[in-house]
Design a protein around this ligand. Structure first.
Ligand code: NCD
Length: 311
């Protein structure tokens, strides 16, 4: 049996600290496998995973695919372009048909909030949320939390500052809940038009529109991508103005604590939310995040499929 208290990974909003601990501790063992010459274990041999990506993705899709391959699972990739969705089939019908082909786990990314939860409710498959609209992206937050622990040790009492387009960011939402559950202090910074519409959803979080105040003494800064595809009109005067006030530039880095860790979930708009010299500089752990992403996804798939191999 899985040692997680949940059957699906839909989000971190109500995550139990113990579940987060189990995932992060299991990630550590998978991370060490990825440094071996042969990066494959038989933990999911005989199990089948379907990757349902209804929205664009490079690193999350490849990361899940590599995680599944490294666990020896069989996998099938679905992309909505070229599928029967174009002929009017509903998502639930698509999933039920795929399920009828005997699959065990489904990884789903969709532009609609709540699609993974809906599929979990109405099908028998185990569901992993790979990003739903502007709601949650739990595996990204878990890989961020893993990277932060690797760099800083225990997160209890550490200050993590999330800067940018928080309103449209599922990464920010999952991180705020996950980091808070592990005892980190979270500061959130962005233009007031891009801060959450309902800040009461987030307890014990400091909100600010002043980036220097936000990064002051922070142990880590997570810069968010400006989500041009999710912008309603007129939330920003211009990208140039955004960079001037909220970009993580060399100058902002200089006013931060020495050794501050710079993170970004990717893809980066270089010169907008993050300057290239900072993204590629010695404080950046952005590529570490990507490497850790595979291990975190291995841990999640392995733990959620825990009972299946022996049923
Ligand atoms: C994020 C996403 O798609 O939510 N990227 C990712 O998963 N690596 C962040 C983003 O698109 O801004």
């Amino acid at each position: 049996m899985s040692s997680l208290s949940m059957r699906h990974l839909l989000g971190l909003r109500d995550a139990k600290p113990n579940d987060l601990r189990v995932i992060l501790d299991t990630t550590r063992s998978f991370r060490s496998i990825l440094d071996r010459p042969v990066k494959k274990v038989p933990s999911m041999r005989g199990l089948t995973v379907v990757n349902l990506f209804f929205e664009d993705s490079t690193r999350t899709r490849i990361s899940f695919e590599l995680a599944e391959k490294r666990l020896s699972a069989d996998l099938v990739n679905f992309a909505s372009s070229g599928s029967s969705l174009k002929k009017g089939e509903t998502i639930l019908d698509t999933l039920r048909n795929i399920e009828a082909m005997k699959i065990d786990l489904v990884v789903v990314r969709h532009s609609g909030t709540g699609v993974p939860a809906f599929l979990a409710k109405h099908s028998n498959a185990i569901i992993v949320n790979a990003g739903d609209g502007a709601n949650e992206h739990p595996t990204q937050a878990l890989l961020d939390m893993y990277t932060l622990e690797q760099e800083l040790g225990s997160l209890r009492g550490k200050t993590v500052c999330i800067v940018g387009d928080v309103r449209h960011s599922r990464v920010a939402r999952s991180n705020i809940w996950g980091l808070s559950a592990l005892g980190a202090k979270v500061r959130v910074c962005g233009p007031s038009t891009l801060l959450p519409k309902n800040p009461a959803e987030f307890q014990n979080v400091v909100f600010t529109t002043d980036v220097r105040h936000a990064v002051n003494n922070a142990d880590a800064v997570i810069a968010l991508r400006l989500q041009k595809e999710r912008q309603d009109d007129n939330l920003l005067p211009s990208l140039r103005e955004y960079r001037n006030f909220f970009g993580i530039t060399e100058e902002v880095l200089e006013s931060s604590k020495a050794g501050v860790k710079i993170m970004h979930p990717g893809p980066i708009n270089r010169g907008v939310e993050l300057d290239s010299t900072v993204a590629d500089g010695s404080n950046s752990v952005i590529l570490e995040q990507v490497s850790n992403g595979v291990a975190v996804r291995m841990a999640i798939l392995y733990l959620l499929s825990g009972g299946l191999a022996h049923e």
